[in-house]
Design a protein around this ligand. Structure first.
Ligand code: NAD
Length: 511
């Protein structure tokens, strides 16, 4: 059963190469013998060239040399480069969006939304380039002044995941560049053309400004290329987005060489639905957050914790909505659920559903593979809703596929405990019209996540806030607010204009 006809391999490859070329990619130069398949039809988009781990050292040297120059460029001028990059992204929004859809399977509006997020972070970074504020503070000594200054860190390594193949890099890069750092990007293996296209647009903005090309570099390759970045002492900050498994490997390695890391890892995000919730709004919020992006966002809603007085009605309405979800070609208007990224994701989904059933759960809708005509190697599924008697083992894990576990509660404290009782701490929501519940959820006694929402789903964050989560999500913060500080080093300065040398804490060291 398929909603739409999936385009042929030849058509998709042509679409991808044309979009990449329009962004300035020399497709022949980035082609190679590494297989590269589209989740849309499971077929080849043309082979790509991978870098070797041994190429990282030279890339870091180039980046370091570029940094020595880039850090001397006034921050507002660095901002002007990002402004130009933002203009180029606006011009090529459709091209990049097409590449995102073809390489990772996002529906057109979400793929273009991802590019919009790149544009938004550029706008934010341009403003930031005139607001890298330090503070001054009073000294305990007469004729002294204390202040803090912020300086660029150096080379930043960005490792990104398949499901936000371009936005996450831009969050890091737009901010890092205005802060005066240079960036080396190891994108997901799944999305090399997205990476080359994004890097080509930024490269054009850098070239027009006469900045060194090595301010931004991209190295396509597997985990071993990422590891070479992680271990290189010339990389001051490693910003790594991906699974908790990856973060567990990366974090200690960077710490071992006293480098800095910024980790954005897995989530297991819940919504609490209170008896006072507006169920129409709640339903829409849940369906987008749980089934959107085919369940492949770090902020995807994976658990609903609904009050026992509303859980049956909510489950019934979710079941109806899920049964109607249009699944199919992500490039076609009207499709809401595109493919899973590959067969392993489909296998992981089936294994999780099996385990959930063994743990007492009932699959009330979805879970089955939806075969698309002419795309036997693509993995389309109907998102699943599973009623669970308790928060068992499988519910506490992140399965990167569209499975929504529904649990129930009687007391609000119980619901908060369930929300928090998982190893991950990325995003959370409460649907309620009870102001006291809302305030408690937002307080120290409430959700323990990095993102805590009221009457809105767990996904779809704006760039203005700091993005990230606690516990196994890694603790990093990216994007807006004061996340820029992670890309800079702080110096505390004490200036003595007194002509005397009084010591702090009244210490007497007269000789
Ligand atoms: P993944 O962990 O398989 O890969 C992510 C990136 O890490 C890839 O570029 C990969 O090559 C690289 N990598 C893997 N092992 C490495 C190692 N040992 N050293 C260095 N680099 C290594 O993740 P994925 O399947 O691409 O993405 C899905 C996961 O990412 C989910 O768990 C999702 O929740 C998470 N994610 C988190 C956020 C967030 O902001 N918290 C955002 C997007 C995705």
């Amino acid at each position: 059963m398929s909603r739409t006809q999936i385009p042929s391999a030849q058509t998709l490859q042509q679409l991808a190469h044309e979009a990449a070329r329009r962004c300035g990619v020399d497709v022949a130069a980035v082609s190679g013998d590494r297989p590269h398949r589209s989740p849309v039809n499971g077929e080849s988009l043309g082979g790509v060239r991978w870098s070797e781990a041994t190429e990282i050292d030279a890339a870091v040297q180039r980046s370091r040399e570029a940094f020595l120059q880039w850090r001397t460029v006034p921050a507002p001028q660095r901002g002007a480069v990002i402004k130009r990059f933002g203009e180029l992204l606006r011009e090529h929004k459709a091209d990049l969006g097409t590449l995102v859809s073809l390489e990772v399977g996002k529906i057109t509006s979400e793929a273009q939304g991802e590019v919009q997020e790149m544009i938004d972070i550029c706008d934010f970074a341009v403003g930031l380039s005139r607001q890298l504020y330090g503070s001054t503070s009073v000294s305990e000594r007469p004729g002294h002044r204390l202040m803090e200054t912020w300086h660029p860190l150096g080379v930043v390594g960005v490792i990104s995941a398949f499901n936000f193949p371009v936005a996450v890099w831009s969050w890091n890069t737009a901010i890092a560049l205005v802060c005066g750092d240079t960036v080396i990007w190891k994108p997901s293996e799944q999305a090399p053309l997205c990476a080359h296209a994004s890097a080509a647009l930024l490269g054009r903005a850098l070239e027009e400004a006469g900045a060194p090309a090595a301010v931004s570099q991209v190295v396509v390759g597997g985990p071993e290329v990422g590891e070479a970045l992680v271990d290189h002492t010339g990389v001051a900050l490693v910003s790594a987005t991906g699974s908790t498994r990856m973060g567990r490997a990366v974090g200690p390695r960077v710490a071992n060489r006293f480098g800095r890391s910024l980790l954005e890892l897995g989530g297991n995000n819940a919504a609490i639905v209170s008896p006072t919730a507006d169920l129409d709004l709640t339903l829409r919020g849940i369906v987008f957050a749980a089934a959107g992006t085919a369940g492949q966002r770090c902020t995807t809603m994976r658990r609903v914790i609904a009050h026992s007085s509303v859980v049956d009605e909510l489950t019934e309405r979710l079941t109806e909505a899920y049964a109607r979800l249009p699944i199919g070609n992500p490039l076609e208007d009207g499709t809401l659920v595109g493919p899973l990224v590959h067969g392993d994701a489909h296998d992981a989904m089936q294994a999780a559903l099996k385990q959930a059933t063994a743990e007492g759960g009932t699959v009330v809708v979805g879970g089955e593979r939806v075969l698309a005509d002419g795309a036997e190697d693509a993995y389309y599924v109907r998102p699943a809703v599973v009623r669970m008697p308790a928060q068992s083992d499988i519910v506490t894990r992140e399965t990167f596929a569209p499975i929504l576990y529904v649990l129930s509660y009687d007391r609000f404290e119980e619901a908060i405990a369930l929300n928090n009782d998982v190893p991950q701490g990325l995003s959370s929501s409460l649907f309620t019209r009870d102001q006291a519940e809302s305030e408690i959820f937002l307080s120290a006694e409430g959700s323990d996540c990095g993102i805590v929402n009221i009457n809105i789903g767990t996904s779809g964050a704006e760039i203005g806030g700091a993005f990230g989560g606690e516990k196994e999500t890694g603790g990093g913060r990216e994007s807006g607010s004061d996340a820029w500080r992670a890309y800079m080093r702080r110096a505390t300065n004490t200036i003595n204009y007194s002509g005397e040398l009084p010591l702090a804490q009244g210490v007497d060291f007269s000789v």
